[in-house]
Design a protein around this ligand. Structure first.
Ligand code: SF4
Length: 264
């Protein structure tokens, strides 16, 4: 076995150990340290590789959401208007990457599937092929919303975990009446959203897997409708062919540069 290859593996193991310690308590959002984000990307990439071997998105998603929760703890002192039963933000555009969608679908209770199927299919007829801009005029509840609460709270996507507000009335006007007002969001929550979406996209891209986020209703329908979609995606195949996607985060020069440095 070539020494260079052995050294490469040993060095990678040392780097990974360092990275795991760097993100052990989640991200420090006030520091906004690109080196810590780089560590998260490398650790997530390792989790993606574990998921490919396991044939399930579970290792990746379990780690991702546990880490996200640790980060949230660090900013839990910030006063928010969000509470159970307030669901204005669940009436607009939502997007999620393929593993986030599979994780939601895998967690659905089989007995509820027929009802949920109907709700998802109906929601999709209202939102199919609509860009985020086109969706602004369409107020339709997420099909996974029940009695104004998220029925998949434990497995909800990153975007849902990062959507918060300091004023519920502005949310109601903006999300339900399309008032055009900006949702008052503590800046640190933008860092939270950016950090995890960028890290996940970079880790998936490095693994050669689809990394762009899909419109949620269309992706849920596609994931439920095709039983082998998760295995196909984990094998590097393209899934959710006709579902509209977010812009590619890797088109952003800052993200591209970060990706290049992380995997140099
Ligand atoms: S998944 Fe849950 S939190 Fe996200 S939009 Fe749907 S109901 Fe709301």
């Amino acid at each position: 076995m070539p020494i260079v290859s052995f050294m490469g593996r040993a060095e990678r193991r040392r780097q990974l150990k360092f990275d795991e310690m760097a993100v052990d308590k989640g991200l420090n959002l006030t520091a906004r340290d690109p080196r810590q984000l780089a560590s998260l990307i490398r650790v997530l990439h390792e989790q993606v590789c574990d998921s490919v071997v396991a044939g399930s998105v579970s290792p990746l998603m379990t780690f991702l959401y546990e880490n996200h929760s640790k980060t949230l703890k660090g900013i839990s002192h910030i006063r928010l208007a969000c509470q159970r039963g307030c669901s204005h933000c669940c009436h607009g555009w939502v997007s999620a990457t393929a593993p986030e969608v599979f994780h939601v679908v895998n967690g659905l209770v089989p007995a509820r599937l027929p009802t949920l199927r109907e709700k998802i299919w109906t929601a999709n007829t209202h939102t199919e092929d609509k860009s985020p801009e086109a969706r602004e005029g369409i107020v339709w509840p997420c099909p996974l919303l029940e009695d104004h609460a998220c029925s998949v709270y434990e497995t909800r996507p990153v975007m849902c975990r990062s959507a918060v507000s300091m004023d519920a009335q502005i949310c109601a006007r903006s999300c339900l009446e399309n008032s055009g007002e900006n949702i008052p969001t503590p800046p640190v929550y933008f860092a939270l959203s950016d950090g995890y979406t960028v890290a996940l996209a970079c880790a998936l891209k490095k693994a050669g897997l689809q990394h762009r986020a899909f419109e949620y209703n269309g992706a849920l329908k596609a994931a439920i409708g095709a039983t082998d979609a998760e295995a196909q995606w984990l094998s590097g195949h393209t899934v959710f062919h006709s579902v509209i996607q977010d812009d590619d985060l890797l088109d952003d020069p800052w993200v591209r540069n970060l990706y290049a440095q992380v995997f140099a």
